[in-house]
Design a protein around this ligand. Structure first.
Ligand SMILES: O=P(O)(O)OC[C@H]1O[C@H](O[C@H]2O[C@H](CO)[C@@H](O)[C@H](O)[C@H]2O)[C@H](O)[C@@H](O)[C@@H]1O
Length: 273
């Protein structure tokens, strides 16, 4: 067995790592996709997992109770862009938990009517507001994401469009999910914390490890905190970036982007092989 080298900077995180190593077969490893397993790129359709991600997940999956990806992406897209179809037993909770992919089967509910209304109104609203060059809409069927990464000043553009997107969300009964140079209009009543809790409902995990990089992952961090309060060891891992610092402030372990996450997954697998 390789000596464990993942270290937590908090006592609670250290307890979770010890619980993971003691009973890996009952542990749950949950991960975000963009920014955590896949490096951030300008065009969302060109995002692909780090080349070491699928091999690391495939090595870890047979050793633990479950590996699950919790993402704002449509679940099938995360599987495709990740190259994850052959990771044994992998499950993907897509669109913040609305969709589930497991054993090659996809479960997708109908989007609420507000999404169609927002789809019809958003382009004209952006044009009328004089949205800066580079703003683009990603249509995820159940949600619409307004991206500003390609703008000359992405944060300025995002701040300028926030009020417009919030007003449209109010009119259409949708929720605004902010992220890395993106504002998403998505159905209310879901988030990554609820998705994670729902996934765990039928399990008694020895430990829950969650890795994320963006604001949408804070709900999953809160779920890990709640699990800890209930006596379930939990580890919060941050895929660090200069764009979002809120997760690093709360995390037990901070690594350097997707390459750091892949190295951590390899180390976890080695520590229980
Ligand atoms: O929950 P996640 O897996 O992290 O997905 C969140 C959103 O990620 C994507 O946008 C982000 O990644 C893009 C590609 O690297 C980047 O261009 C963009 O600036 C980032 O915000 C995705 O496009 C969204 O649909 C996801 O909801």
């Amino acid at each position: 067995m390789t000596a464990p080298s993942v270290n937590s900077r908090t006592a609670a995180g250290g307890e979770a790592l010890a619980a993971f190593r003691k009973a890996p077969a009952d542990a749950v490893v949950a991960l975000d996709f963009d920014g955590t397993l896949a490096p951030i790129v300008e065009d969302p359709t060109e995002a692909r997992a780090h080349p070491g991600a699928a091999p690391a997940l495939a090595r870890l999956a047979p050793l633990v109770g479950a590996v699950v990806i919790v993402t704002g992406r449509p679940a099938a897209l995360a599987v495709e862009y990740g190259g994850f179809a052959d990771v044994p037993g992998l499950q993907v909770l897509g669109q913040y938990g609305l969709e589930r992919w497991a054993d090659g089967e996809l479960t997708v509910p109908e989007p609420p009517p507000g999404v169609a209304e927002a789809r019809a109104k958003l382009p004209a609203m952006l044009e009328a507001a004089g949205a800066p060059e580079g703003v683009h809409i990603e249509d995820k069927h159940h949600a619409l994401a307004v991206h500003t990464r390609r703008c000359a000043e992405p944060q300025v553009a995002l701040d300028r469009l926030r009020g417009l997107v919030e007003a449209l969300a109010e009119r259409t009964g949708l929720h605004v999910e902010p992220g890395r140079y993106v504002l998403e209009l998505r159905p209310p009543g879901i988030d990554k914390g609820l998705a994670l809790r729902d996934f765990l409902a039928s399990r008694t995990p020895s430990a829950v490890l969650y890795a994320g990089d963006d604001l949408g992952d804070l709900a999953a961090y809160a779920a890990v905190d709640a699990l800890r309060a209930e006596g379930v060891p939990g580890l919060k891992i941050c895929s660090g970036s200069t764009e979002v610092t809120a997760l690093a402030e709360q995390a037990d372990v901070v690594v350097d982007g997707p390459a750091g996450v892949v190295a951590l997954l390899e180390e976890l697998a080695a520590s229980v092989s």
